[in-house]
Design a protein around this ligand. Structure first.
Ligand code: CP
Length: 310
């Protein structure tokens, strides 16, 4: 088997369809490990992974930690609260000091776009981006794509619409890069104030009508409104957003066939999606979460493979 051609996973912009397929195929093998009575293999014994989370997370943080433990890596969890960042230590000094304790991999979530790219120029560890501001969230897109591949077999020609707050979403950009490389047709749907003008340059279609999105799609990937990243006034109220863009059973019933529903979480029930849709048989939201562990195991395995064999 050829060595994996990347040292880091900073985003999907630089990954090819072949790189993505290799991660998905490896993730399928990792899913089998997760279904065994003893969900652990010795693959990353001797590797130490530091999980650096400077922003809140439930799914990504826990699934990276589980993925590391399933592969027998040693793990250390850092959170900015209670660290020496509060005494004025910089991000780079923080990470260089942790690396001096002989660690191998940094998994990082940070509010600043490009923070993992910056680190990759200054430290020798493998770096995995667990979400950098509104830029990229590559493992989320990989687990979304794996979930769709399991359902549809092939993504070529699949019509996927990403609905909601595109402007503040790292999930959207990584999904656009990944889905397009795998041959899917990607459409964005949301209020004009939540879709950046530059989106047109990414080779996607744009609509401001949820009814049109439902009529023209096989899959809807529904995003949360990232209220913590928004300036005021991008739409009048949550009630208004729900009225014009919320995904409801009534709206979905107008489609000529059932649509597959994804959501990266966390869900704001009753805002971007109603509970009856989120909990329906067509929503693959918890499959996405399970696939998240397998995808992160695959990424760790492929990026650490060369390091461990050297
Ligand atoms: N999807 C996602 O990134 O969820 P968390 O913020 O809980 O990690």
């Amino acid at each position: 088997m050829n060595p994996f051609p990347h040292k880091h996973l900073l985003g999907l912009e630089d990954y090819t369809a072949s790189d993505i397929t290799r991660i998905l195929d490896t993730a399928e093998s990792m899913r089998e490990v997760l279904d065994r009575p003893i969900r652990k293999v010795p693959t990353l014994r001797g590797i130490t992974v530091v999980n650096l989370f400077f922003e809140s997370s439930t799914r990504t943080r826990i699934s990276f930690e589980l993925a590391e433990k399933r592969l027998s890596a040693d793990t250390v969890n850092f959170s900015s609260t209670g660290s020496s960042l509060s005494k004025g230590e910089s991000l780079l000094d923080t990470v260089q000091n942790i690396e001096a304790m002989k660690t191998d991999v940094v998994v990082m979530r940070h509010r600043s776009p490009g923070a993992p790219h910056f680190l990759s120029k200054h430290i020798s560890s493998v770096i995995i981006n667990a979400g950098d501001g509104a830029h990229e969230h590559p493992t989320q897109a990989l687990l979304d794509i794996l979930t769709l591949r399991q359902k549809f077999g092939d993504l070529k020609g699949l019509r996927v619409t990403i609905v909601g707050d595109i402007a503040h979403s790292r999930v959207a950009l990584s999904n656009i890069y990944g889905l397009k490389k795998m041959g899917a047709h990607v459409k964005l749907c949301g209020p004009a104030t939540l879709i950046p003008r530059a989106a047109e340059t990414l080779g996607v279609d744009i609509t401001h009508s949820i009814e049109e999105a439902i009529a023209d799609s096989d899959v809807l990937n529904v995003l949360r409104l990232q209220l913590e990243r928004q300036e005021a006034g991008l739409f009048p109220s949550l009630r208004e957003y729900q009225k014009y863009f919320g995904l409801t059973r009534t709206r979905l019933e107008k489609a000529d066939k059932p649509l597959t529903i994804l959501h990266p979480g966390p869900i704001n029930r009753g805002v971007e999606i109603t509970s009856d849709v989120a909990d329906s048989e067509h929503a693959l939201i918890l499959n996405q979460v399970t696939n998240g562990v397998a995808v992160r195991m695959a990424v760790l395995y492929l990026l650490c493979g060369a390091k461990q064999e050297s």
